[in-house]
Design a protein around this ligand. Structure first.
Ligand code: PLP
Length: 397
């Protein structure tokens, strides 16, 4: 899949409807033919769209999180992460992850990744990651910027995962080149991956063994950590520090928060520098209690796990319903909350007129579409979406 194809979100209904075609901003890349379309006047339709599978960040906010923000709004509170909420969340996370970690709230996943990687990587360092990784494709070179020029090296794996054997060979080769190659210092994995698959703890351990062999640090992009965790049914500790992860970028935004991302540091020696990096990057929020309040509600009563369980269940329902259909092929195992399907021209054409919203992941070889479910996805929308596919199948027969 080429970078230029990642990815256009489409309001398919508007695309073909002549009376609203003027509302569409359309860009066509001459190199790839990739099409990106958005409804310019989307705002006025808010609340009406259903069957919206463009991403998990199109969803709203869990009520418990809104309530907690309102609660944090009573009276005053300390600022710059010195607040009670931030301390409470750090304690809660220590219990959840069973270790003496440090917790740093930030506002976006991109900032979390870039600052975490900067902590682990010198400017001349090399960061090995999957060639599908968000840090590699979708962060406008923020990791390169915040590391002061380190190089991201994308490796082709299977189903979006980095593989230990390939990593081992690549690092070995890089080291043989000496100063002519960026110094291998860091490995980054995404949990769940960008194609909705997950790393089992033993696979993380294999990668971590390679890290130990060459003295590299291991970063985990956990924008969808909860989804991976609930799919695997292991403990947070088993999926992170026990498997050799040094830093986790733990996301909440995609799973019910408003803007709550964080860096969780398992190796305390990294924490001091990180605090300065966060401030310098403008990510030390003065009213930090409102970010941490979101985290507090997110972690309380297993909200984070309940939300991700629901999102995963909706993805599984969609994926199961699509498997084996004529004109549709599920292209990656559906393990977290994303479903990737390759569809034939006939199905594509019907989808485009159906009102279903999804992301176009790739148009390299056929149409590969991405459907993302969230804590707020309704079962009826999944079933209505499946009915559209059923219609396409019937029309083709
Ligand atoms: C795997 C992954 N990591 C990181 C991010 C970055 O999050 P943000 O958009 O908050 O910067 C995303 C966002 O889509 C993502 O999918």
């Amino acid at each position: 899949m080429s970078a230029a194809h990642r990815f256009a979100t489409v309001n398919a209904n508007c695309l073909l409807s002549s009376n609203c075609s003027s509302q569409i901003l359309e860009k066509r890349s001459s190199a790839t033919g990739a099409m990106e379309a958005t409804a310019a006047t989307f705002g006025k339709h808010i609340g009406r769209w259903k069957m919206d599978f463009r991403s998990d960040n199109i969803a709203g906010i869990s009520h418990a999180i809104i309530d907690e923000i309102i609660l944090a709004n009573r009276g005053s509170g300390s600022s710059y992460s010195e607040d009670d909420q931030t301390r409470e969340v750090e304690d809660t996370l220590r219990a959840i992850f069973e270790c003496n970690l440090r917790f740093f709230p930030v506002l976006t996943g991109t900032a979390a990744n870039a600052l975490a990687l900067a902590c682990l990587t010198p400017p001349y360092g090399g960061i090995f990651c999957s060639d599908q990784a968000h840090v590699y494709y979708d962060e406008c070179a923020a990791p390169e910027f915040f590391t002061g020029g380190a190089k991201l090296i994308g490796l082709r794996g299977t189903d979006g995962r980095l593989e230990a054997t390939m990593l081992d060979k690549t690092v070995e080769r890089a080291l043989q080149s000496g100063v002519h190659h960026s110094k291998p210092t860091t490995v980054s994995i995404s949990q769940a991956t960008e194609v909705g698959t997950v790393y089992r703890p033993d696979k993380i351990e294999e990668i971590s063994e390679v890290c130990k062999k060459f003295g590299l640090r291991l970063h985990m992009d956990g924008a969808r950590f909860a989804n991976a965790l609930t799919f695997l049914g292991v403990t947070p500790a088993e999926l992170t520090w026990k498997a050799g992860v040094d830093l986790l970028c733990f996301g909440g935004t995609k799973n019910g928060a408003f803007s709550a991302e964080s860096i969780v540091v398992f190796d305390g020696t990294l924490a001091g520098d990180l605090a300065y990096r966060i401030k310098r990057a403008g990510h030390l929020a003065s009213k930090s209690r409102f970010i941490s309040a979101q985290w507090a509600a997110y972690l309380r009563n297993d909200l984070w796990l309940r939300n991700s369980e629901h999102a995963n269940a909706m993805a599984a329902r969609l994926s199961t319903g699509l498997s084996g259909r004529a004109g549709v092929k599920v292209v990656h195992a559906t393990e977290a909350n994303e479903v990737f399907v390759e569809v034939d021209a006939c199905t594509m054409s019907l989808l485009e007129r159906s009102g279903v919203q999804y992301g176009i992941w790739s148009r390299d070889q056929g149409n590969v579409l991405r459907f993302v479910t969230s804590f707020d996805t309704k079962r009826i929308d999944v079933d209505n979406c499946l009915a559209v596919f059923q219609e396409a199948e019937s029309a083709a027969i």
